[in-house]
Design a protein. Structure first.
Length: 363
């Protein structure tokens, strides 16, 4: 009987170990650069090409980020200047109306031969050169005329500044477009270079890259790291997306980037990173969006989709196609990409940097 109880306990222990093992994987030995070099000895030139392509994409992505920020800065500057133009135009109209009233009053008193001489701003200078100007000034009109001249001068200055800002905006938008093209070209080159690597070289190079990226990311975010616990897959087909760690980068309206922008081809299928339930939506900022609430309670946010492949409220399996890559929302006109977020506490909780998780699953 004791032997049976012991056997039963051992069996139960083995079952528990089997269930818990996937949740607590054993640490594997880190891959060294020399191991990567050895594995890639048959495709060394291709590996160098891939490394160069990776660096080129990272540089192009940084350039694009800077261009996006610069366009936002100039757009906000233009809005401010345009607001000043509107304000001074309204002030000028009010002052002109006031002077007209004074001119009519002066005319009614017999002190002005024709009030029409100052009914338009273009004749004020002419009016002030006449003998009647002295009469108007003596009756209090000088103050209004001085105000008119000062406001008109300011309006001219703001109109000139608005024209300069429009030219500046055209220049930075052209720079953004050039950066967008460079980034897309670099993305295609990186993915093409990766495809040339041998299978063993891909495997070890990807593992080495992931380990190095995770070390850097964890060092920066040790207190709020986001490496996924449990099952997680890449939202795109691995090696068909390119991305950098853009967490915390400046965004419009003084915001900070709370996710990872994953660049891929237009309409590239994107997958459910875990099994759960989806909620589709739409907003001016995120465009077409999906919230994936995984069965373990973690929330995943997908933004800027071109379209959906699921209905809101549907249950989905891990790896199921749920949408397609696009540029909707405030990404319109930029490089097609998925803005991806991880919310460990579910929808409504704070986001954490998804880059380490994505680097681990997508490389």
């Amino acid at each position: 009987m004791a032997a049976k109880r012991t056997l039963s306990r051992v069996t139960m222990l083995l079952i528990m170990i089997g269930l818990l093992a996937p949740m607590f994987p054993l640490a594997s030995e880190a891959v060294t650069k020399s191991q990567v070099d050895e594995a890639c000895s048959d495709s060394r030139a291709q590996l160098e090409e891939y490394r160069a392509a990776q660096s080129a994409f990272a540089a192009a992505a940084e350039e694009y980020e800077v261009a996006v920020i610069e366009v936002d800065r100039v757009e906000r500057k233009q809005e401010t200047v345009a607001g000043s133009v509107d304000t001074h135009s309204e002030e000028l109209d009010a002052i002109q109306a006031k002077i007209e009233e004074q001119a009519v009053e002066l005319y009614m008193r017999g002190g002005l031969s024709s009030p029409g001489i100052i009914f338009s701003a273009s004749t004020v200078d002419e009016y002030m050169t006449t003998s009647e100007f002295l009469t108007a000034a003596a009756t209090g009109g000088q103050e209004s005329i001085d105000e008119l001249i000062a406001t008109r001068t300011e309006l001219d200055r703001f109109n000139e500044q608005l024209g300069e800002t429009r030219v500046e905006l055209e220049e930075v938008e052209a720079a953004k477009l050039g950066a967008k093209d460079s980034q897309e070209t670099a993305m295609e080159a990186e993915q093409a270079a990766y495809a040339k690597l041998s299978g063993k070289c891909k495997e070890l190079a990807a593992k080495y890259d992931t380990e190095q990226q995770e070390l850097k990311a964890r060092a920066r975010q040790r207190a709020a790291g986001s490496v996924q616990v449990g099952s997680f897959i890449c939202p795109f087909t691995p090696a068909r997306t390119s991305f950098i760690n853009s967490w915390g980068y400046p965004r419009s309206g003084g915001r900070r980037h709370k996710g990872t922008d994953m660049f891929a081809a237009w309409d590239e299928p994107m997958y459910a990173v875990a099994a759960g339930r989806v909620i589709t939506g739409s907003s001016g900022l995120g465009g077409k969006t999906i919230w994936l609430i995984a069965n373990n309670g973690i929330g995943y946010y997908y933004a800027h989709l071109s379209g959906f492949n699921v209905s809101s409220g549907a249950s989905v399996g891990q790896g199921q196609t749920i949408g397609f890559n696009g540029d909707t929302g405030n990404a319109r006109g930029g490089s097609p990409h998925l803005h991806f977020e991880i919310h460990p506490g579910g929808r409504g909780s704070a986001a954490v940097n998804p880059y380490p998780t994505l680097a681990s699953a997508c490389r």
